[in-house]
Write a protein of this length. Structure first.
Length: 108
């Protein structure tokens, strides 16, 4: 079972009986990119010492739609420099969060 690491999020694979657009994504291997993910996850969990494990996943609800794309094989992938931005407020399961642009502007 895969559970989204974002603390306020309840998305997990076992709830996907209905067809949804939620996918789960690993922290990138690139350390610079990974650091942005880790910062966002720490904020969401209010835990400045949190570190990812190999099982850490973030669901697609926390990414901008423009950061997600479909492969020819039908998989949903993230663009190389994508990182989670919709992490510090409650996300309804299976629904996209509101536009986070004001959050981005407050945290350059
Ligand atoms: Zn999530």
């Amino acid at each position: 079972m895969t559970i989204c690491i974002i603390k306020s999020c309840r998305n997990q694979t076992t709830k996907r009986k209905e067809k949804t657009n939620i996918t789960f994504h690993k922290v990138p291997a690139d350390p610079v990119a990974a650091q942005k993910w880790i910062e966002q996850i720490r904020l969401s969990r209010n835990d400045p010492t949190w570190t990812p494990s190999e099982y850490t996943r973030i669901c697609s609800a926390h990414f901008l739609e423009s950061d997600l794309y479909n492969t020819n094989g039908g998989y949903v992938r993230l663009h190389k420099h994508a990182y989670p931005v919709k992490t510090t407020h409650y996300c309804q399961p299976l629904f996209k969060c509101p536009d986070p642009s004001n959050i981005i502007n407050a945290n350059p």
